[in-house]
Design a protein around this ligand. Structure first.
Ligand code: C2E
Ligand code: MG
Ligand code: MG
Ligand code: MG
Length: 302
């Protein structure tokens, strides 16, 4: 499918499924060394506030610079890491890096704001919104979710960086929470109580019933990009419009914000804004990139 081919630049390098089967084995074996040798790195994709186009935060997305196979996307190795359990130390590393990066951005922006204020001889120049710390979103896999160290590790990472819990958003897929009982939800609930934001990733692709939504400690729904795709057409697919409209209404009624993934065109962006979505992410605004792509003052994007 075009989604798989175009959606992940790194998949294109290896279309041969036999080679991939062999790879799985060697990739899996290589994972621990890769973590030790710093072969993983993060890219960041901005999250755009739809009301005014401000950058609200960024999602951290892990990549692997493999010495033989080159750049690998997370779909190639996260499932393997999840299977062996390496996802736990890898996920901890991702969170640490991402939180540190968010702090660095925050400092940069503060400094830039101070300089600007001095130059213009007034302090009230930047809007309040600009001074809020940038939020960073980190993906959690099911295995991390069920690991007893999740809460203490997260708290330790935030404290070490001196970052407010509300500047961290943990993304958990809806399917990872299906069937979770109250005990299994406890760590997420504890984190939410500390002020950490919780997003339900790829929302709409799982089988969770909507009543279940009420008992999850989520603060945001991230609507899967399969729904964004239907809005691409002229006119938009009425079924998708109705679905998004309904989800937005329900989410807002429950006090949840709605983020949309995979916004690739202006048409989709304006449609989704009209439908009441709060935040957007996608190639129309920016592709995932190095942290330096955020240094230009966290500009308003289209
Ligand atoms: P996700 O969390 O749903 O992340 C969004 C994916 O959509 C990313 O793919 C992103 O590059 C891609 N994307 C963003 N905008 C667009 C767009 O406009 N069009 C299209 N077609 N795609 C877009 P990526 O980076 O390949 O990541 C794939 C998945 O891997 C993520 O899906 C997430 O589930 C997982 N992942 C990434 N980093 C981590 C991590 O650090 N830990 C864990 N556990 N999982 C991760
Ligand atoms: Mg995500
Ligand atoms: Mg997602
Ligand atoms: Mg997704």
């Amino acid at each position: 499918r075009a989604k798989d081919a175009g959606g992940n630049r790194y998949e294109l390098a290896d279309p041969d499924s036999d080679a991939r089967a062999i790879d799985r084995h060697s990739l899996t074996n290589r994972l621990p060394a890769a973590l030790e040798r710093d072969e993983f790195f993060l890219e960041y994709q901005p999250l755009i506030r739809m009301s005014d186009g401000h950058v609200d935060g960024a999602e951290a997305l892990v990549r692997w610079k493999h010495p033989v196979h080159g750049l690998l996307g997370p779909d190639r190795f996260i499932p393997l890491a999840e299977h062996t359990g390496l996802i736990v130390p890898l996920g901890r590393w991702v969170m640490e890096q991402a939180v540190r990066q968010a702090c660095a951005w925050h400092e940069e922006r503060n400094n830039a704001g101070k300089k600007k204020g001095r130059a213009k001889g007034k302090g009230k120049d930047a809007s309040e919104g600009d001074r809020r710390p940038l939020r960073v979103n980190v993906n959690l896999s099911p295995r991390q979710l069920h690991h007893p160290d999740l809460v203490p590790d997260t708290v330790a990472v935030l404290e070490a960086a001196g970052m407010a819990p509300s500047s961290l958003c943990l993304e958990v897929t809806e399917s990872a929470l299906i069937g979770a009982d109250e005990d299994e939800l406890k760590p997420l609930r504890q984190l939410a109580e500390l002020g950490v934001e919780i997003a339900l990733d790829d929302f709409g692709t799982g089988y969770s019933n909507l009543a279940n939504l009420r008992r999850l400690p989520a603060t945001t729904l991230k609507l899967d990009r399969s729904f964004t795709r239907g809005l691409q057409q002229h006119p938009a697919d009425p079924a998708d419009v109705t679905f998004v409209e309904g989800i937005v209404t329900l989410a807002h009624a429950l006090g949840l914000a709605v983020t949309v993934e995979g916004v690739e065109t202006e048409h989709q962006a304006s449609k989704l804004r009209d439908l009441g979505c709060d935040t957007a992410q996608g190639w129309y605004y920016a592709r995932p990139g190095p942290p330096s792509s955020f240094q230009q003052g966290f500009a308003v994007l289209p």
